[in-house]
Unconditional design. Structure first.
Length: 251
């Protein structure tokens, strides 16, 4: 890593700035990433520990190992750095996802095909986000009406909150590009604290509902205030990124 990922203080990393910068600093100074993350966990809730990737036995599913041992195998790179930060911030939600994964593995085995539930869990875990927003914004997002969502209703974004949950999503945003898209789970209730978000999400992650992939795509750099370029409304005139919803064909 040449520069700190927190140097530019992007909006999407601000929730992780204090803990993340501390973990990254120790990592840069030579402490193994699992140890740096575990040290941060020990200063907080202590609900999760991180171990080197070598602790994962050959042939054992990653998700099953976490469920069985309560520890997260971690490699020394950015992908697992961001995964660790999400574990530190939302331990209950991450535990819930892991529990659902372990249940599915126990029922179906690992297999070459994950199945709809494990697919949805992986998608949200890697690339998910949460959105609390007034109903008009939620409806515009569901319709993929980008003009209405980002231009006509732009003032309503002051009442909205977008939280990135997917660690692969955070990793991609280290080098921001216009097409980077989150899979958004829309919340119907207002939540203020991190602990409340974590507890609510852990309750909301229902296996049957998740299997339907109840997510909406959202190009995150289109969010007002998240990227300077979107102050010019021509930013949204890009059908390769801001794609219209596919029409539903009746059988």
């Amino acid at each position: 890593m040449a520069a700190s990922v927190f140097d530019a203080a992007p909006v999407w990393l601000q929730p992780h700035a204090d803990v993340g910068a501390s973990v990254e600093r120790r990592w840069r100074q030579g402490q193994p990433l699992p140890d740096a993350l575990s040290q941060a966990a020990g200063q907080g809730t202590g609900e999760v520990r991180f171990v080197p990737q070598s602790a994962l036995p050959h042939g054992t599913a990653y998700e099953q190992f976490i469920f069985d041992t309560g520890t997260v195998p971690t490699r020394d790179h950015l992908h697992d750095f961001f995964n660790g930060l999400i574990w530190l911030r939302y331990p209950q939600a991450k535990r819930r996802l892991n529990h659902l994964q372990a249940q599915a593995i126990a029922a179906q085995g690992v297999g070459a095909v994950r199945g709809p539930l494990r697919d949805a869990i992986t998608l949200f875990d890697e690339n998910g986000a949460l959105l609390w927003a007034p109903a008009p914004l939620q409806k515009a997002l569901q319709a993929r009406d980008w003009q209405r969502l980002f231009v006509d209703l732009r003032p309503l974004w002051r009442q909205a909150q977008l939280v990135l949950f997917g660690h692969a999503l955070l990793e991609k945003l280290v080098s921001p590009r216009k097409p980077i898209t989150a899979h958004v789970y829309q919340a119907q209730v207002a939540i203020e604290s991190v602990a409340d978000v974590d507890a609510w999400l852990a309750q909301a992650l229902d296996a049957e509902h998740l299997a339907t992939k109840p997510f909406n795509p959202l190009p995150v750099l289109g969010v007002p205030g998240w990227w300077p370029g979107n102050a010019q409304f021509c930013f949204y005139d890009d059908p390769a990124v801001f794609r219209r919803a596919r029409p539903h064909h009746k059988p």
